[in-house]
Design a protein around this ligand. Structure first.
Ligand SMILES: Cc1ncc(COP(=O)(O)O)c(C=O)c1O
Length: 397
């Protein structure tokens, strides 16, 4: 027995489950041509499984902004935000994020994952309570464990269950943080945020919303689910990422509580990791401008999402409950999901393969996602290929 034995068990699962050839959990993009096209295994593929909701990774203004700062300020900061890793761009982006959300405070972190680790584990600790949606992202679960607070899960998107859990807290409610997401990353379903915010008010708790998949996607101005549900005033902390609609890498938290600024001094994932590179920050600042200047990108994204969702529904696939840019197809078994994923790739379409625990409730999913950059012809092609695979994916034997 040794520490490597558990890895050998993974090797065995991989050997029995995965087909020879391409490993769906280790895909290499040989070349990337645009926000919707790349080469995988030497073959040109249509990307229908990214988080590039607004297609900004190749936006000429974002690329140019990054290039200009790369030449001027170099490839990296080589320091954490607390030491030598805060350049004027990091500070400027924090001001711009605060302005975008109409909040007094904003902090930029190195990724969305470490934003959750840093913010949640600093805000709550031993003696406090976290009430979180059962389908929360891994970064939220890890943050909750790190915090040392008591963790209480409520059933996914179930406001009645949340109320049941809050009702038992008594005076501990004032030391309780509710954590939910705007759009859930695997099934693309939306949080019932109006009901959740009403409960937050009723019980006097605190509320944090992770808008990773909803920023740039929902709300009149693209601020996310909190804006769409008109509950921004009830939300104490919004966290998000630069790695989806903003087409880069990094994370942030905004709030009207001035105490957020103090998180900088104690959050280990702010203090002890290198800050985003100057060119990363420059592209994000430009992307934030594009999101505000081009609401038509959001309109286009939703047209594409509806086209794909309705098309797949008409073909008889089992989809997530809400129409959103994330369109997940439930397949009966892991084996069939794998076969379908490989068949799609062979036909030149890349989607995400998702197994439990990444997929909720033991499901096996083919997770498609739409971008404002997809053309109608590309979506028609995706639907044609899915139509050809329907019997392979849906047959019960
Ligand atoms: C809900 C949620 N929060 C946080 C993250 C982490 O974001 P990042 O990729 O910036 O680490 C993700 C990424 O998938 C996410 O889905």
């Amino acid at each position: 027995m040794g520490i490597l034995d558990k890895l050998n068990a993974i090797a065995e699962t991989r050997r029995t489950l995965l087909p020879p050839g391409v490993d769906p959990f280790n895909v290499v993009i040989d070349e990337i041509y645009s926000s919707t096209e790349a080469s995988i295994c030497g073959q040109r593929v249509l990307l229908a499984g990214t988080n590039n909701y607004l297609g900004l990774t190749f936006d000429s203004q974002c690329v140019e902004a990054a290039r200009e700062i790369l030449l001027k300020e170099g490839t990296g900061t080589t320091g954490s935000r607390m030491a030598n890793g805060t350049f004027s761009g990091h500070r400027a982006l924090e001001k711009e994020l605060a302005l975008f959300y109409g909040c007094s405070n904003a902090i930029v972190f190195s990724t969305g994952f470490v934003t959750n680790l840093g913010v949640i584990s600093t805000l709550v600790g031993p003696g406090d309570v976290i009430v979180l949606d059962g389908d929360s992202h891994a970064s939220i679960y890890d943050a909750c464990r790190m915090s040392g607070a008591e963790m209480i899960r409520f059933r996914h998107n179930n406001v009645e269950d949340l109320e049941k859990k809050l009702g038992r807290l008594g005076s501990r409610a004032q030391n309780t943080l509710i954590i939910v997401e705007g759009i859930y990353s695997m099934l693309g379903d939306c949080a019932p945020l109006k009901g959740i915010a009403a409960l937050k008010r009723k019980y006097g708790t605190w509320l944090l919303v992770d808008e990773a998949h909803s920023m740039g996607v929902l709300g009149k101005h693209g601020r996310g689910m909190s804006e769409a549900a008109d509950v921004e005033k009830e939300v104490d902390f919004i966290v998000g990422t630069f790695s989806k609609s903003l087409g880069s890498v990094g994370g942030y938290c905004v709030s009207n509580h001035p105490e957020l600024d103090l998180v900088r001094y104690v959050s280990r994932s702010y203090v002890f990791t290198a800050s985003p590179s100057p060119s990363t920050i420059a592209s994000v600042r430009q992307a934030l401008r594009v999101i505000q200047a081009k609401p038509e990108l959001r309109t286009r994204l939703w047209e594409n999402a509806e086209r794909l969702y309705h098309g797949l529904k008409q073909l008889g696939f089992e989809l997530g409950p809400d129409i959103s840019p994330i369109v997940a197809i439930r397949v009966a078994t892991k084996e069939k999901t794998l076969l379908a994923w490989k068949a799609l790739l062979d036909q030149g379409i890349y989607v995400n393969l998702v197994f439990p625990p990444a997929a909720p409730a033991g499901m096996s999913l083919l997770r498609c996602s739409m971008s404002a950059a997809h053309t109608t012809e590309q979506i028609t092609h995706i639907l044609q290929v899915f139509a050809e695979l329907h019997s392979l994916m849906m047959s019960s034997e």
